[in-house]
Design a protein around this ligand. Structure first.
Ligand SMILES: [Zn+2]
Length: 206
């Protein structure tokens, strides 16, 4: 198959590739692309940065198989110290892109390899495929359920209680607020636990 391997243009801050030429080549023909993205939105409040990768597109029957290896960083919130840190990631995946419009006739294509009800990405009517959504989904899978800034993490910000055991004035205010909530235990540990719970809900855990 490598006899038909050629090099495509570099993808700089773009994820859309026109595959009309590749679709006109024999089955098994493949093309390599380098990917460089300064930033890429992963979610409402999460962005990948300095994304680089190698992409290999292979012409199957009415499909293009994309094989992707990519790496980069994203700023996550550490679950222990609650500070932000740069999390490196790598993602390696293959995805099928279904041809929807014939490159010769312009008429609709019914895939012979993929059943109609199978959800795969599509090559649009301009014969372009966009890697962005696949990249986004696969990169998100990499991140840990509990982000951790690493061995140098200072750990949770422990709340200091004076030697006399009297609660610091700052937390006395918090205590008064919490007093309104039935069944809430007071004290530093409880406050810390609550911080964790809030972060888990807001954090990028899926
Ligand atoms: Zn940390």
């Amino acid at each position: 198959m490598d006899a038909q391997l050629s090099r495509g243009h570099d993808l700089r801050n773009e994820t859309v590739i026109n595959v009309v030429a590749l679709l006109r080549e024999p089955l098994g023909a493949a093309r390599l692309y380098s990917l460089h993205l300064d930033t890429m939105p992963l979610d409402a409040d999460l962005t990948a940065e300095r994304v680089s990768g190698e992409i290999r597109l292979t012409h199957l029957h009415d499909e293009i198989l994309a094989s992707v290896h990519t790496s980069g960083v994203a700023v996550l919130l550490c679950d222990r110290c609650l500070d932000s840190y740069e999390q490196k990631f790598t993602a390696e995946f293959t995805e099928l892109y279904r041809q929807t419009v014939d490159v010769q006739t312009g008429s609709g294509v019914v895939s012979q390899l993929i059943p109609d009800d199978t959800e795969v990405f599509a090559i649009d009517e301009n014969h372009e495929l966009d890697l962005a959504e696949a990249l986004r989904q696969w990169i998100l899978l990499f991140f840990p359920m509990r982000p951790d800034c690493g061995a140098t993490c200072p750990g949770p910000d422990l709340i200091e209680v004076g030697e006399s055991g009297v609660i610091d004035e700052r937390f006395a205010t918090l205590s008064r607020l919490l007093d309104d909530e039935p069944g809430e235990a007071l004290g530093p540990r409880k406050l810390t636990t609550q911080s964790y719970e809030r972060v888990e809900v807001d954090g990028r855990t899926s």
